[in-house]
Design a binder for this molecule. Structure first.
Ligand code: ZN
Length: 309
């Protein structure tokens, strides 16, 4: 556990590296927020603002079935005083018909890209000072410790396709899964610290069985992202310390339990998407998040509950 609260750099996610010669690093505590799907309240904001976590990583999918809830959730997240990154999921801009078209055909109409881009622009503004991210490295320094967070591909929903290709092309210049892989590997090349990958959909290789972290029980196939899988592999091959990969998208809950975390080598893979995020169990309201602990050893994750204070 964190012995003493670390000091933040003035710009926590872009700040200078940790000062050399300081004490041996203790740990960094991150709150991983799975698919919110409209279940966020002022109680959550107050809990995390008062907690000992050093930063918050949201894996995306903020609204419920309808994208119209997106501004409400985004403005609530803007009240977080801890450094916060939000990686947009497939519901964070696209509407239900856009998601349906991607699901059925692996492609949504090009003319919808402008609309989705406008929603993403508004989401960026509504979230501030929380930060909408994607295809970016964020170097986060506390007084004792530095981590590189690689924000992966936005709007991911099916590992077979570059979902919402027209949006990715206009916002990021990425047109194919190979180009997406190259973009992520280029970010890896810029990393000089332990790495946490932040994604919406999980990487390929963790979904062949229903009980896998990102298993797709009704299709019986691995729905994971191949570009993310390849970038992780590249990072490990090039001797980077990939401490954790955090994502969501493939929901789990008490009726559909799955192994939501798995360690492979030194890397911990975490699916934080417990949906519904807020539920009453045994008469107690549970507000789910995952507490990710990074230190000198291997990362660990435990299910947390944003309790009423
Ligand atoms: Zn999703």
């Amino acid at each position: 556990m964190c012995v003493s609260p670390p000091a933040y750099s003035p710009e926590p996610f872009e700040g200078p590296q940790a000062e050399r010669g300081r004490a041996i690093p203790t740990v960094v505590q991150l709150a991983i927020i799975g698919d919110i799907h409209a279940l966020w309240s002022p109680l959550d904001t107050a809990y995390f603002n008062a907690s000992d976590v050093h930063g918050v990583l949201c894996v995306g999918d903020l609204p419920g079935r309808n994208h119209r809830q997106l501004p409400t959730v985004a403005k609530a997240l803007s009240g977080l005083t801890k450094p916060t990154l939000v990686l947009p999921g497939n519901h964070d801009g696209p509407g239900p018909l856009d998601v349906l078209a991607e699901g059925l055909f692996g492609r949504s109409p090009a003319f919808r890209a402008a609309k989705i881009n406008r929603r993403l622009d508004r989401l960026t503004a509504d979230l501030s000072p929380a930060q909408l991210t994607g295809y970016r490295r964020h170097t986060w320094s506390t007084a004792d410790h530095t981590v590189d967070v690689i924000a992966g591909r936005p709007l991911a929903m099916d590992g077979r396709f570059l979902s919402f290709r027209h949006v990715l092309e206009s916002r990021h210049g990425v047109r194919t899964l190979d180009e997406s892989t190259d973009r992520l590997c280029a970010l890896v090349d810029t990393c000089a610290h332990p790495i946490v990958f932040l994604a919406h959909n999980g990487p390929a290789g963790f979904g062949a069985n229903a009980h896998d972290p990102w298993g797709l029980s009704f299709f019986g196939r691995d729905n994971g992202d191949t570009d993310l899988q390849r970038a992780i592999g590249y990072a490990i091959q090039t001797k980077h310390d990939v401490q954790a990969v955090v994502a969501g998208h493939m929901h789990h809950n008490s009726r559909r339990p799955r192994s939501w975390q798995r360690r492979v080598g030194n890397t911990l893979y975490v699916n934080a998407a417990r949906v519904p995020r807020i539920q009453t169990l045994g008469g107690t309201e549970q507000r789910h998040y995952v507490r990710l602990t990074l230190g000198d050893g291997a990362a660990t994750a435990e299910a947390g509950c944003a309790q009423r204070s």
